[in-house]
Design a protein around this ligand. Structure first.
Ligand code: UD1
Ligand code: UDP
Length: 365
């Protein structure tokens, strides 16, 4: 099949890392269209290098903007591309604005949409990602799910079961494939940190960055944490931290630029615990056996809490510190969720081999 895979933001690149070679090996022509949603070298190029992802065939230079501007620009550019290239199907991954743009542009051109990481739900419509997931899933002809629960969510939204394929978590496959390469890195030494003697943190969700009171609680908790906190800072978060006067001089918090994928896996793996609001980091910490504290009102990655790897806390200083103490003192052993393994991309190939059920109304078109 001739497939176009839409990517745009940091977590997208990681999801296609294992997928592209698996599709090529199975004889598909799988080409990448990079919308340019993320464009800094440390938010984009570094992942192509670390994960040996082929250069995108198309780079659409969409850049930053409001949701409508960013999604609209991406739709316009992708529509033109799909009309010229007429792929057999379009693959979208995850839940970012580029995912939504790809799904909308393709489905209106009657090109089947395949969604990898379908069915995750936070049931929180204040999250832009939840809107993106819901719409992308309603438009998709094939749903590739990371968990059993994700499949159930889709069924409850009237998605026909023949369209749902439980393939497992592609982020897990990526971690497992790169763990050894990551371990060869000396990332923590570069930051003067010792194995098991620091906390790794990432914060970038608007629910935290765009609410000064919540951000102050989070930073307060980091300042009072029992171990130094390494915070590779997302470009959305950096200016907000600066506005709050949090900088290099804040004791106990080491603010650094975003790090590449292999460094990030190494830093997570060597941490005593992780504090995050990232979707991908919740999953990776679960794979790496490092306890995680998620600072959010809810999580679509509930499976990580269920298995005992993760705990959800509100953005309140004392709650975060309590969660961190629990993570530092609790068990580091849990069972990985089903199909969070190295065979996810192989299951995607298998699902494709079974054929795509055409979108309703387009049978025989
Ligand atoms: C996006 C996704 C979010 C995902 C995150 C991964 C949406 C709605 N959100 O959020 O789900 O978790 O990516 O990291 O798609 N910026 C730069 N350089 C870059 C990219 C962004 O400076 O290379 C800055 C810009 O000021 C931009 C801001 O970060 O306005 C936010 O970027 P954007 O892509 O709109 O959203 P994210 O917060 O990155
Ligand atoms: N990540 C990274 N460097 C960083 C922060 C995150 O490589 O400085 C990786 C992280 O390990 C995971 C992915 O980026 O693989 C998650 O992306 P992000 O948190 O930006 O988005 P989300 O998963 O929340 O949508």
């Amino acid at each position: 099949m001739r497939l176009i895979i839409v990517v745009g933001a940091r977590p997208n690149f990681i999801k296609v890392g294992p997928l592209v070679p698996a599709l090529a090996e199975a004889g598909h022509e799988a080409l990448l269209a990079h919308t340019g949603q993320h464009y800094d070298a440390l938010m984009s190029d570094v992942f192509f290098a670390d994960l040996s992802i082929p250069e995108p065939t198309w780079y659409l230079s969409v850049g930053s903007g409001t949701h409508a501007v960013q999604t609209g620009k991406a739709m316009m550019a992708l529509e033109e591309l799909f009309v010229e290239e007429h792929p057999d199907a379009v693959i979208v991954v995850g839940d970012v604005n580029s995912t939504l743009a790809g799904a909308l542009a393709a489905s209106k051109l009657h090109i089947p949409v395949i969604h990898l990481e379908a069915g995750l739900r936070s049931f929180d419509m204040s999250m832009p990602e939840e809107v993106n997931r819901l719409v992308a899933d309603q438009l998709s002809a094939m749903h590739l799910t990371p968990t059993v629960e994700a499949g159930r969510n889709l069924v409850s939204e009237n998605v026909d079961e023949v369209r749902i394929h439980f393939v497992g978590n592609i982020m897990a496959e990526s971690v497992l494939r790169h763990l050894q390469g990551a371990k060869d890195r000396t990332a923590r030494e570069r930051f003067g940190l010792k194995q098991g003697e620091y906390v790794l943190a990432t914060i970038h969700r608007p629910e935290n960055t765009d609410h000064p009171d919540r951000l102050e609680h989070i930073i307060g908790a980091f300042a009072d944490a029992p171990l130094p906190v390494l915070l590779p800072v997302h470009p959305r978060t950096r200016p907000v931290l600066e506005t709050h006067g949090v900088g290099a001089a804040t004791p106990n918090i080491h603010i650094v630029d975003p790090v590449g994928y292999l460094d990030m896996i190494a830093l997570q793996s060597d941490a005593a615990a992780i504090v995050t609001d990232s979707g991908g980091v919740q999953e990776e910490s679960c794979m790496l056996g490092v306890p995680c504290v998620t600072v959010r009102r809810n999580t679509e990655r509930g499976i990580t809490v269920e298995v005992g790897a993760n705990r959800l806390v509100q953005a309140i200083r004392s709650d975060i510190l309590r969660g961190l103490a629990e993570a530092l003192n609790g068990s580091r052993e849990w069972q990985r969720p089903q199909y969070w393994d190295t065979e996810v991309s192989a299951r995607v190939v298998e699902a494709l081999a079974g054929g795509i059920v055409p979108p309703s109304g387009l049978e025989g078109a």
